[in-house]
Design a protein around this ligand. Structure first.
Ligand SMILES: *Cc1c(COP(=O)(O)O)cnc(C)c1O
Length: 399
């Protein structure tokens, strides 16, 4: 991505405008990922774009718009607030709240026509109370969630069947879906996923025997949909793969898919370290020889983990720039290897969107260093980092 692209972009209308540190999100790459995912599916299978946690850190509204324009037909979020944000942005499609909501949030969710997931009698009762109330003119769409082994949200199989019967017989509700969620679809060993799917199938058979029929049956996350067509049912709920990241090292993406976000910054100061000089809080790095270093205005308040101190690296022009000393709240110091030309204002890549990107680590590589998963790297990026969009539906724009 060239600097020219940034100059043609409208200035973001928020407090971080003009900040040297920013995330660049390639919406054309996102559209390509969504099309590649759709290509794996039968045309009858719907794609639900999971855009919880601000679109896994990429910006929920921008991601949702492009995903819908590229083949997704529904959206999913984790909280009512996230759903309201998308609805308020004018997106008219079904928006499913995946997680448990508190009873006090039901009225707000219904007002914004969010679809709700039911795992307990209490939440079903709360939804019915709102759905029967004044001002609700159309049935409230609900999905019954079955806990087949994740042990997080959802009703046990027999209980779920009873919940489904109540939903199907209640005129103020629409039986929009039945779902389950896999605990280990990203692992090499598929045995537990098959076990969960078998349990799910049993529930579906029982429901069908009882004469109740949901509109959409769904189970697969990215890992399940990437590994097999066994788990597709009517709809797949895809999150991490939209963003071009692998659910785990066991699962591969389609070959055309790639990460859609990079994080970049600009050098704010050049340092000439002498032998014995120490860098940063706690003086955890001591120069052994003369070394050039650069101060980069990104820190843990931006979501750049403090545990990368003395372990992570950034990239510039093909050189890896190792972190010296501690990552602080707003700034990080990196070494400039011999031969790496750099002056104040020059760009460095903090998180690369592909392996060839200037020597910087990908989200997957940083996750490896930190002993976590790429999900945590991208969702950690804080609101202070402006998201800058290239490509997409119309001309470049920022949000
Ligand atoms: C987050 C989530 C997904 C998406 O998972 P990915 O691994 O990102 O594809 C699907 N279903 C549920 C219930 C989730 O919470």
């Amino acid at each position: 991505m060239s600097d020219d692209a940034s100059q043609s972009n409208p200035v973001p209308a928020d407090a971080q405008q003009g900040r040297a540190t920013r995330a660049v999100v390639d919406l054309d790459a996102l559209a390509g990922n969504v099309r590649a995912l759709k290509n794996l599916l039968s045309p009858a299978t719907d794609l639900m774009a999971v855009v919880k946690a601000n679109g896994y850190g990429h910006g929920a509204t921008a991601v949702a718009r492009v995903a819908l324009a590229s083949g997704a037909t529904q959206l999913a979020v984790a909280t009512v607030g996230e759903g309201v944000e998308l609805r308020s942005a004018g997106l008219p499609v079904p928006i499913l709240v995946l997680s448990a909501v508190h009873e006090s949030e039901v009225a707000r969710a219904v007002r914004h026509r969010l679809d709700l997931t039911i795992g307990t009698d209490d939440i079903l009762d709360a939804i019915v109370a709102v759905a029967r109330g004044p001002g609700v003119t159309s049935p409230v769409a609900v999905h019954v969630k079955i806990d087949t082994g994740m042990r997080r949200y959802g009703a046990a199989p027999e209980h779920a069947i009873r919940l489904a019967q109540v939903v199907a017989s209640e005129p103020t509700l629409r039986f929009a879906g039945v779902s389950t969620h896999f605990a280990s679809a990203d692992e090499l060993n598929e045995a537990f996923t098959v076990e969960q799917a078998t349990c799910f199938d049993w529930c579906l058979t029982e429901m069908s025997r009882a004469g109740i029929q949901p509109e959409k049956i769904h189970a697969a996350n990215s890992a399940a949909m990437l590994r097999s067509r066994r788990y597709d049912y009517d709809l797949v709920r895809v999150g991490i793969a939209l963003y071009g990241l692998r659910p785990s090292s066991e699962i591969t993406l389609a070959s055309s898919m790639r990460p859609i976000m990079s994080v970049e910054s600009r050098i704010s100061r050049i340092l000439s370290l002498q032998p014995g000089d120490t860098v940063g809080y706690g003086r955890t790095w001591r120069a052994k020889s003369r070394e050039r270093a650069a101060v980069i205005p990104i820190g843990y308040a931006d979501g750049y983990a403090r545990s990368l101190s003395n372990r992570g690296w950034m990239g510039r022009g093909g050189s890896a720039l190792p972190i010296r000393g501690r990552v602080s709240m707003d700034q990080t110091v990196v070494a400039l290897p011999v031969g790496c030309e750099a002056k104040v204002g020059d760009r460095v890549i903090v998180i690369a969107d592909d392996l060839s990107n200037e020597g910087a680590p990908t989200a997957a590589a940083l996750a490896e260093v930190l002993g976590t998963i790429p999900y945590e790297i991208v969702t950690a990026l804080s609101a202070r980092v402006p998201r800058f969009y290239i490509g997409g539906l119309s001309s470049p724009r920022s949000e």
